[in-house]
Design a protein around this ligand. Structure first.
Ligand SMILES: *[C@@H]1O[C@H](CO)[C@@H](O)[C@H](O)[C@H]1NC(C)=O
Ligand SMILES: *[C@@H]1O[C@H](CO)[C@@H](O)[C@H](O)[C@H]1NC(C)=O
Length: 522
């Protein structure tokens, strides 16, 4: 696997000029500025104003629909919209509020998101909306039910306005597929917004959605959040129901590694969305309990340790970590300590092994022949066909299948060894963090790269993947833009069930460093 990593690294140097050249056409296109002030209010502010009739839900939904229509031709993030239906639902909300059949307190308690528009990653499922999840092999398939997390949000009064783009079956860290195509990064259209929740990230960061629902199997919430400078939370598994998600999470490993979580522009909204998405299960996480930062222990690492095959951590990411940690220590009063967890250097292998040995990973090669699933397509034939645009399976899907088939070049016989290593690593973290510690670590070693570069930069996902295989909660925190105008930030993880510690650190750093900043415009 390390040899594979080294080959990738060399390829990434050699191919850099090609990607730069391919990206240059889109490099100097800017989004229109966010001019409607409604688009800069948080969910809490919007919901309060709607309840008090200072704003109508119709005005708010219309503002977001208009912004979607304005930026989507540049971003290509929407798979299917429900703008008309959403505006109709908004009018019904306004009528309900005007009828005064409930007091404002009742409305807040029963429906904290009443009248607020949201977006949803296509794979989560909204009844009647597209559930192709970027796969030609699933074209025109519609969701039969609302995913549980969406249902909880709807019951709280939220109004979904669109389902958003993903790579084929969410099996990539870039958002491009053969149905909707390639989604662009609002901060530089020549770059990817990351994936797999890339459509969400592009819309939220460009002010075309206030918050949304993403899913994270190996960084799919946190990497797009990092690439577009928004907040994203990968929860402790087991609190947000996975029901309705495609690919379905079947089996114990899958249910542990895959989590559905919130993505948002403002830290408060992240918590607000998360609480609603959990439903009744939220109580056990004590999300409303005040976190005393003076009693919080902050541990951090600036990179995974030395390995010549890793994607090197960019200086702007390292500086963001130093800035954040310094503030937490000297202003917020946390105790701060740089640590060296040697185990993390080996997580590339233990994560990849644990991950690829997960049962029920969707197999695109047998899906291509649904009538005769035993007759699998040949992955190498599909690879050649895809180079000439003749395959129904995306290039990313094929590369993923190759990695899966080869078990990422790790001998399958070592599965138990790495499973044990994974368990041992969780114990290391639990001992270190207990219930009053967090761990700060790069979300991804580099800011958003050019479209297509995932092919040579995949090794960087070990930074996010480790918290999926360990089942730990982790929040991406945006820390502004670097000198190239690209968002940077880092993740803060905690021991299982301590999601509230991650969210408290996100809030503190947003207050100190402003969190999300709008994309450049001309
Ligand atoms: C996008 O990136 C390219 C190449 O790095 C750069 O030349 C261009 O100025 C950037 N565009 C914006 C809008 O920042
Ligand atoms: C792709 O799918 C379409 C419709 O499902 C089918 O007609 C076509 O033959 C397929 N193409 C290939 C190359 O398999």
């Amino acid at each position: 696997m390390r040899i594979f990593g080294a080959v990738m690294l060399i390829l990434s140097w050699l191919t850099a000029p090609i990607f730069y050249f391919l990206g240059r056409k889109k490099a100097n296109i800017f989004l229109p500025p966010i001019s409607n002030p409604i688009l800069k209010l948080s969910i809490t502010q919007l919901a309060r104003k709607i309840r008090r009739r200072e704003l109508t839900s119709e005005q708010v939904v219309k503002a977001y629909v208009d912004r979607c229509k304005e930026v989507n031709p540049l971003l290509n993030a929407v798979v299917e919209d429900r703008f008309e239906a959403a505006l109709k639902e908004a009018k019904e909300v306004d009528q309900l509020i005007a009828s005064r059949s409930k007091t404002q307190d009742e409305l807040e308690k029963e429906t904290p998101l009443l009248g607020v528009p949201i977006t949803v990653k296509e794979s989560i499922g909204i009844k009647g909306m597209s559930l192709s999840v970027g796969s030609k092999l699933r074209e025109n398939i519609k969701a039969q039910i609302d995913g549980d997390s969406v249902r909880n949000l709807k019951s709280a009064g939220a109004i979904p306005i669109a389902v958003t783009n993903t790579p084929e079956l969410c099996l990539c860290w870039e958002t491009m597929n053969l149905i909707t195509g390639c989604t662009n990064n609002p901060y530089n259209l020549s770059r990817t917004p990351g994936g797999s929740s890339g459509g969400e990230a592009a819309l939220i960061s460009s002010g075309a959605s206030i918050a949304g629902v993403g899913s994270d199997l190996a960084g799919s919430i946190r990497i797009p959040s990092m690439f577009t400078g928004i907040f994203g939370h990968k929860p402790t598994p087991g609190y947000v129901s996975l029901n309705g998600h495609y690919p379905e999470a079947i089996g114990e490993d899958f249910e542990k590694f895959l989590t559905i979580g919130p993505m948002a522009r403002y830290a408060d909204d992240l918590k607000c969305m998360f609480k609603v998405m959990c439903g009744k299960a939220a109580a056990a996480l004590r999300l409303d309990e005040e976190v005393d930062l003076k009693k919080l222990k902050v541990y951090y690492m600036e990179n995974a340790g030395f390995s010549f095959v890793d994607v090197k951590v960019h200086s702007s990411v390292r500086d963001a970590i130093r800035k954040g940690v310094k503030h937490l220590g000297s202003v917020a009063g946390c105790s701060v300590k740089k640590v060296c967890i040697n185990e993390l250097e080996g997580t590339a292998e233990s994560c990849a092994s644990t991950f690829f040995n997960m049962k029920n990973i969707p197999d695109l090669m047998s899906m291509a022949n649904p009538d005769n699933p035993k007759e699998k397509k040949n992955v190498y034939v599909e690879l050649v066909k895809s180079i000439f645009g003749l395959s129904n399976i995306s290039n990313a899907g094929i590369l993923f299948t190759l990695l899966h088939n080869s078990n990422c070049f790790i001998p399958r016989s070592k599965k138990d060894y790495y499973l044990k290593e994974n368990d041992d690593n969780l114990k290391v973290f639990q001992n270190l963090l207990q219930n009053d510690g967090v761990f700060i670590y790069p979300t991804h070693p580099i800011p958003a790269y050019y479209h297509g570069q995932f092919r040579v930069k995949t090794a960087g996902v070990m930074y996010t993947m480790v918290f999926n295989t360990l089942g730990m909660p982790s929040t991406h925190i945006p820390m502004g833009l670097n000198s190239e105008g690209l968002p940077v930030g880092f993740q803060v993880a905690a021991a299982p069930n301590n999601d509230r510690l991650c969210l408290a650190v996100a809030k503190e750093l947003e207050t100190a460093f402003k969190g999300w900043v709008p994309p450049p415009s001309k």
